[in-house]
Design a protein around this ligand. Structure first.
Ligand code: SF4
Ligand code: SF4
Length: 91
């Protein structure tokens, strides 16, 4: 397995670019590289890599990111089964 992904097109992640001030926090805290900076604002480059850990929304002071955290926990458990490691979803 080269990359952990969740099921395509079920992620609740939403980014309101109009509220973004370009602080870059979401790009720093996201463990799955979902965000990149583009024209000095955040952009979602691959939403299906999001595990809904909630780190980005908790660290966005502008309230530009919303999601319903929790689904990533299920994915973490499955990943733990597959790898034989302790499940961890960062929440
Ligand atoms: S954390 Fe929020 S304000 Fe900062 S770059 Fe990301 S979306 Fe924009
Ligand atoms: S919820 Fe977690 S995995 Fe998804 S975009 Fe935010 S920081 Fe990244």
């Amino acid at each position: 397995m080269t990359e952990m992904r969740y099921i395509d097109d079920v992620v609740t992640l939403e980014l309101d670019v109009s509220r973004c001030n370009g602080c870059t926090q979401c790009t720093l805290v996201c463990p799955h590289g979902v965000f990149r900076m583009r024209d000095k604002r955040a952009a979602v480059v691959d939403r299906n890599r999001c595990m809904e850990c909630g780190a980005c929304s908790r660290n966005c002071a502008q309230g530009a990111i919303s999601l319903e955290p929790g689904v990533g926990c299920a994915a973490a458990i499955i990943n733990g089964w597959l790898t034989g490691s302790e499940p961890s979803c960062d929440c």
